[in-house]
Design a binder for this molecule. Structure first.
Ligand SMILES: [Cu+2]
Length: 206
C-alpha cells in the first residue's frame, strides 16, 4: 500500500511539472511574405495577426518609439501592441505639436514641445492613428495598433517577416495608407517558415 501511493504521488508530480513546461517551451514559427505593389515599395505597411482568442498580451519590455527627426515622423509607420505605452521624443532642434486626425482610433494632442522632451501615449483601441503636426503641415505618421504582438513593417521591397509566432491558424492582415486592406488565412508550424502573399492589391479610393 505504502509503495503504491508513493508511485502515485511521484506520477502526479511529473505531470504537474511537465505540463506547463511543455506549453512555454513550444517552438514558434515564422511568417514571411510580401505586398506586391509599386506603392508598397515606396511607403511601408504594417502587417499583423488579428485577434485569435481571449489572450491578453503583456506590454513589451521596451516602449515602442515614434521619433521626430528632420521634420519627419520616424518611422513613418509604427505597429504597436494595443495598450502599449508609446514614447514620442522630439529629436529635432525645432518644436513640434503632435496631434491626431479625426479619423484616428485614438485621439490625442501632445501640445508644443521642445527638443529632448519625451511624451508618452497609450492607445487601448485597435486600428489606425494618423499623426499630424500643427507646426509642420507636411508631417504625417501612422500608428497601427495591433491586437497581437505578432506584427512587422514592410521594407523597401514590400517584404515582411514576423518571427516568434506560436503554432496555429490565424488571420493575417495589413494596413497601408494608400492600399486597401486585405486578410488571408495563414497556418504556422513550430520551427518552420510559412510563405504568404497578399496577391493583387488595389489602391484605396479617395
Ligand atoms: Cu512638427
Amino acid at each position: 500500500m505504502t509503495t503504491k501511493s508513493g508511485y502515485g504521488v511521484g506520477a502526479l508530480l511529473i505531470v504537474t511539472i511537465l505540463l506547463p513546461d511543455n506549453i512555454f517551451a513550444q517552438e514558434t514559427g515564422t511568417i514571411r511574405g510580401e505586398l506586391d505593389h509599386a506603392i508598397a515599395r515606396r511607403i511601408p505597411a504594417a502587417v499583423y495577426i488579428e485577434a485569435f482568442d481571449a489572450t491578453v498580451f503583456t506590454e513589451p519590455a521596451e516602449n515602442p518609439v515614434m521619433d521626430q527627426v528632420n521634420l519627419t515622423y520616424t518611422p513613418h509607420v509604427l505597429p504597436v501592441l494595443v495598450g502599449s505605452t508609446i514614447d514620442f521624443p522630439n529629436s529635432d532642434s525645432t518644436r513640434h505639436h503632435v496631434y491626431t486626425s479625426r479619423s484616428s482610433v485614438c485621439q490625442f494632442e501632445l501640445g508644443i514641445y521642445d527638443a529632448g522632451v519625451v511624451k508618452h501615449v497609450k492607445c487601448d483601441e485597435t486600428g489606425v492613428v494618423m499623426l499630424l503636426c500643427n507646426v509642420h503641415a507636411e508631417m504625417r505618421g501612422f500608428l497601427v495598433v495591433s491586437p497581437t504582438p505578432y506584427f512587422a513593417t514592410t521594407d523597401a521591397s514590400g517584404d515582411f517577416v514576423i518571427e516568434g509566432v506560436p503554432p496555429g491558424t490565424y488571420s493575417l492582415t495589413f494596413e497601408h495608407e494608400r492600399l486597401e486592406s486585405k486578410s488571408l488565412e495563414v497556418t504556422v508550424s513550430g520551427g518552420e517558415e510559412t510563405l504568404v502573399t497578399f496577391g493583387k492589391l488595389s489602391r484605396k479610393r479617395r
